[in-house]
Design a protein around this ligand. Structure first.
Ligand code: SF4
Ligand code: SF4
Ligand code: FES
Length: 748
C-alpha cells in the first residue's frame, strides 16, 4: 500500500526543517528563519522565477546546482544552502546587473527608505559596481493612469504589476512591451490604466517604478506613523494600514488578512483620504466634500455656528416635542458608523425617544429579518464552494475585493459559477451558466430555474442553461449563494422572495448576503433596523426608510434624526427632500451634503480614521477600526454625541467611552466587540462563531513597510545572529520599525 506523506524534511543551511510536500522552498526557508532575497516572488501570486534574485544551491544527483527558491517545490531529503559562496556570488551578480541601469534616485524616490532593492543591495549586494557605462534614461514620470505614474528606468522587470493585473484583477490594461534592455511596462494602447485595483500595483512594486499620484513626494517612510485598521468604504471590510505624517493622513496600504483581503485594496478604499481632511477646508456645508467642524443651528432660516450645549439643547427640544406624538420621530442612517456608535444610537432611539422607526439602510438594501436569517457563509466558504450562485449587482463595482476573492477561486478548476444577472457583470466571463434576469423578475426566474416543468414563455429562458444550472445546484451541497440587490429600481421583495425560494429548494446551500454599505451588517446587529432590536432580536413593527419618508411627507411623523447624508444616498432624492422639507431634522454627520439644506440642527461627528471601535463585514466578521488622526474642530465621536444627546433628553446611556460602549454592546448582543477592540491587529472574529481570533501572518514583507528581512539578514540589532530561528509573529503584530512609536517586535 502506498503511504501518502503529510510532511517532508528539508535541510536548510545545515538545519532540518519540516515542510508540507510541494511547499515552495522560499516559504519553507523563511518559516525556518532564513530569508532568501527576492523581487518577483509574491506569496499571493503564482511564482514565475523571473528575477533570479532567490538563487540558492540545491544538492542533486549531479552535485549542487543553483536553483530559484521561489520556483522550487521541496521534497524529502532536499539539501539547500542559501549562503554558500556560489549562491552569494549569484545573488551579488543579479543585483549588480539590476543596478547597471537602475538610477540612483533614492533621495527623491517615494520608495527610498522602504525599498527592497535598497535593502537587498545592502544585505546581499556586491558593495560596488563594475559598470561605468551611462545608464538608461527615459522621460519621467509618465502617467499610465489617473492614479499611477511610471518611472520606466527604475523598473526591474519583475512582472509583479503585470501579473497582478492579469492574474489577480483580470485586467489587461498593463503589460510588458519591447525587448531586451528596452523592455518596459506599458499601458494598453486602447485603454489607460483605469482599473479599480490600480493602487495594488504601486504597493507591490518592489522599487519606485510605480508611484501613486496622491502620495508622490508627500512624505518619507521614516516620517510615517501608522495604525492597522479596517476599511469602511464598503461591506468587505478589508484590513489596511493607515499612515500619517504629523496629523495629516498620507497613505493607506493593504494588510494581508487571510480570510478577507489577501493584502489587496480597491482604489476607493486606498485613495479616499482627501475626504477625511475635507479637501483643504471647503466651508460650504452643502458640499459633500466639506467637513463639518462645529455644531450648527438654524436661526432665521440659516445654519449658524453654535456651541455644543446650544445645539444639543435644540436637538433635544425638537426630538422630544415630536416624540410626544405616537410615531412622531424616527432615525435613518448609521451604516457608516462603528458597531458601538450604532448601538448607542439604537439605544437613544428605543430607550430615550421610544421609537421603533429606525433603519440604517437608505432603501437600497434587503429586509434583514429575511436575508440574515438564511444560513450564512463566509468569504472563504464562497471561495471554497463547488458552485457559486450570484444573485446580486456587479461585485466588482459594489464590493471590489470580494470580486477579487471570488475571481481567484473561480479561475481554478472545480469551481463553477451560476450567474443570475440583470447585465453581464465582471464575473460573467467565468460563468459556467449565465441566466439573464430582467428587472422585477428575479423571483420568477428562480422559480423557473428550480421547477422541472416548462418555464413561462415570457421569461424567454434557455432550457439548456436552466437544466445545466439545476444539475450544478443539486440539493445545495457545496453551493454558496452571493445575494444582494440586483437592481435598485425594483422592489427589494423581488430578491427576497427569490432567496427564500432558493433556501427552501436548496436546503444545504449557504448565503453570503452582499449588502453594500460599509458597516450595514454591524448597524443591523446593533439594532438600527426596523423590527430588529440589538442582537437581531425580533421586535414589533417599525418603519423602514421608505416608510419613514412617506410618513414625514404625510405629516404622520414629525421629526427625524439622520445619521449621515440621507439625501445624497437615497434613491428617491426628490421624495426625500419633500419629506425633510416638512420635518424637524437633526443631522449627525462628519461631512456636508444636501441633507443639511433641510437640517434644523447639525452635530459634527468624527469620520473614518478618526474614531475607534469595531465594525462587522458582510460575512459577520468583527474587526477593529483604529483612529489615526484627531477629528477637526469641535467634531466628536458618535458614541459621545449619542451619550450627550441622551443626557440632554434626560437619560443616561452609561456609555461615556468606546470601551464602555463595546462592553455594553457585547453583553447586550453576544457579538464580539471588546476583545476585538483590545486586540486591534487581529483578523477579528465572525460574529456568533466560537472560534478564537486568528493571528495574521504578514505574508509579503516586501509589500509592507517595515521590511523585516533586513533585520534578519544582518542590518538590525541582531546583526549576524541567526539562532534561534525567527518565527512569524502571533498577535500583536509588529509595527513598522521605522515609525517613531514602533512596538518592538517579539518575532524571535
Ligand atoms: S513596474 Fe515595478 S512591479 Fe512592475 S515590473 Fe517594473 S519593478 Fe516590477
Ligand atoms: S473592497 Fe471595500 S472594504 Fe475593501 S478596500 Fe475597497 S472599499 Fe474598502
Ligand atoms: S526568481 Fe525567485 S524571487 Fe524572482
Amino acid at each position: 500500500m502506498t503511504e501518502t506523506r503529510t510532511s517532508v524534511t528539508v535541510t536548510v543551511n545545515g538545519r532540518a526543517v519540516e515542510a508540507a510536500p510541494g511547499e515552495l522552498l522560499i516559504d519553507v526557508a523563511e518559516r525556518a528563519g532564513t530569508y532568501i532575497p527576492r523581487f518577483c516572488y509574491h506569496p499571493r501570486m503564482e511564482p514565475v522565477g523571473m528575477c533570479r534574485m532567490c538563487l540558492v544551491e540545491v544538492e542533486g544527483p549531479r552535485g549542487a546546482t543553483l536553483q530559484p527558491a521561489c520556483y522550487q517545490h521541496v521534497n524529502d531529503g532536499m539539501v539547500v544552502t542559501t549562503d554558500s559562496p556560489k549562491a552569494k556570488k549569484a545573488q551579488e551578480g543579479v543585483l549588480e546587473f539590476l543596478l547597471a541601469n537602475h538610477p540612483l534616485d533614492c533621495p527623491v524616490c517615494d520608495k527610498g527608505g522602504e525599498c527592497p532593492l535598497q535593502d537587498q543591495t545592502l544585505t546581499h549586494g556586491p558593495g560596488e559596481t563594475r559598470f561605468v557605462e551611462e545608464k538608461r534614461h527615459f522621460v519621467k514620470p509618465i502617467e499610465i493612469g489617473p492614479l499611477v505614474l511610471l518611472d520606466r528606468e527604475r523598473c526591474i522587470q519583475c512582472a509583479r504589476c503585470t501579473r497582478f493585473a492579469a492574474e489577480v484583477a483580470g485586467d489587461t490594461e498593463i503589460a510588458f512591451a519591447g525587448r531586451g534592455d528596452l523592455i518596459e511596462v506599458a499601458p494598453s494602447p486602447e485603454h489607460p490604466f483605469t482599473s479599480v485595483f490600480s493602487g495594488n500595483t504601486v504597493q507591490i512594486c518592489p522599487v519606485g517604478a510605480l508611484t501613486a499620484k496622491p502620495y508622490r513626494f508627500a512624505a518619507r517612510p521614516w516620517d510615517l506613523d501608522q495604525v492597522e485598521s479596517t476599511c469602511t468604504q464598503c461591506a468587505v471590510g478589508c484590513r489596511l494600514a493607515v499612515q500619517s505624517s504629523g496629523d495629516r493622513l498620507t497613505r493607506v496600504l493593504g494588510v494581508d488578512s487571510d480570510p478577507v483581503n489577501h493584502g489587496w485594496l480597491c482604489d476607493k478604499g486606498r485613495f479616499t483620504l482627501d475626504a477625511v481632511d475635507g479637501h483643504g477646508g471647503l466651508s460650504d456645508p452643502l458640499d459633500p466634500r466639506a467637513r463639518i467642524t462645529s455644531p450648527l443651528v438654524r436661526r432665521d432660516g440659516t445654519l449658524v455656528e453654535a456651541t455644543w450645549g446650544e445645539a444639543l439643547a435644540r436637538a433635544a427640544e425638537l426630538l422630544r416635542a415630536a416624540g410626544e406624538a405616537d410615531g412622531g420621530v424616527g432615525v435613518i442612517g448609521g451604516a457608516a458608523l462603528t458597531n458601538e456608535s450604532a448601538y448607542a444610537w439604537a439605544r437613544v432611539a428605543r430607550e430615550v425617544l421610544g421609537t421603533e422607526h429606525v433603519d440604517a439602510q437608505y432603501g437600497d438594501g434587503l429586509d434583514p429579518r429575511r436575508v440574515l436569517a438564511l444560513p450564512g457563509a463566509t468569504i472563504d466558504d464562497a471561495c471554497a464552494a463547488r458552485v457559486v450562485l450570484t444573485l446580486c449587482g456587479d461585485p466588482r463595482e459594489e464590493l471590489p475585493v470580494l470580486f477579487l476573492r471570488l475571481r481567484g477561486a473561480l479561475v481554478r478548476p472545480g469551481h463553477d459559477l451560476v450567474e443570475l444577472a440583470v447585465g453581464p457583470s465582471a464575473l460573467h466571463p467565468l460563468a459556467t451558466v449565465s441566466i439573464p434576469v430582467r428587472p422585477g423578475e428575479a423571483h420568477r426566474v428562480v422559480d423557473a430555474l428550480l421547477d422541472e416543468g416548462r418555464a413561462p414563455a415570457d421569461l424567454a429562458l434557455d432550457d439548456d442553461a436552466r437544466e445545466r444550472a439545476r444539475r450544478l445546484l443539486g440539493d445545495g451541497e457545496g453551493v454558496v449563494v452571493v445575494a444582494g440587490r440586483t437592481n435598485l429600481a425594483e422592489d427589494p421583495s423581488v430578491v427576497e422572495r427569490a432567496l427564500t425560494r432558493l433556501a427552501d429548494a436548496l436546503p444545504r446551500a449557504r448565503f453570503l448576503v452582499a449588502l453594500r454599505r460599509g458597516n450595514v451588517r454591524g448597524a443591523i446587529d446593533a439594532g438600527l433596523a426596523p423590527g430588529l432590536r440589538p442582537g437581531r432580536v425580533l421586535a414589533a413593527g417599525g418603519r423602514d426608510t421608505r416608510a419613514q419618508l412617506a410618513a414625514l411627507r404625510e405629516g404622520v411623523q414629525r421629526a427625524v434624526l439622520v445619521l449621515g447624508d440621507l439625501v445624497g444616498n437615497v434613491i428617491d432624492r426628490p421624495g426625500a427632500e419633500a419629506a425633510l422639507e416638512r420635518a424637524d431634522v437633526v443631522v449627525v454627520t462628519g461631512h456636508g451634503g444636501a441633507t443639511l439644506a433641510h437640517a434644523d440642527v447639525v452635530l459634527p461627528a468624527a469620520v473614518q480614521h478618526e474614531r475607534a471601535g469595531t465594525v462587522t463585514n458582510l460575512e459577520g466578521r468583527v474587526t477593529a477600526v483604529v483612529p489615526k488622526v484627531v477629528a477637526p474642530g469641535a467634531a466628536w465621536p458618535d458614541v459621545a454625541i449619542a451619550a450627550e444627546l441622551a443626557r440632554a433628553l434626560g437619560a443616561d446611556l452609561a456609555m461615556d467611552s468606546v470601551v464602555e460602549a463595546a462592553r455594553a454592546y457585547e453583553s447586550a448582543t453576544g457579538y464580539p466587540a471588546l476583545s476585538v477592540l483590545l486586540d486591534s491587529t487581529s483578523e477579528g472574529r465572525v460574529a456568533g462563531s466560537p472560534s478564537a481570533p486568528v493571528a495574521r501572518r504578514p505574508l509579503d514583507p516586501m509589500a509592507f513597510p517595515g521590511i523585516r528581512s533586513a533585520e534578519w539578514v544582518g542590518l538590525g540589532e541582531s546583526a549576524g545572529d541567526r539562532s534561534p530561528p525567527p518565527r512569524w509573529p502571533t498577535s500583536p503584530r509588529p509595527r513598522c520599525p521605522r515609525c517613531p512609536d514602533a512596538t518592538p517586535t517579539a518575532s524571535r
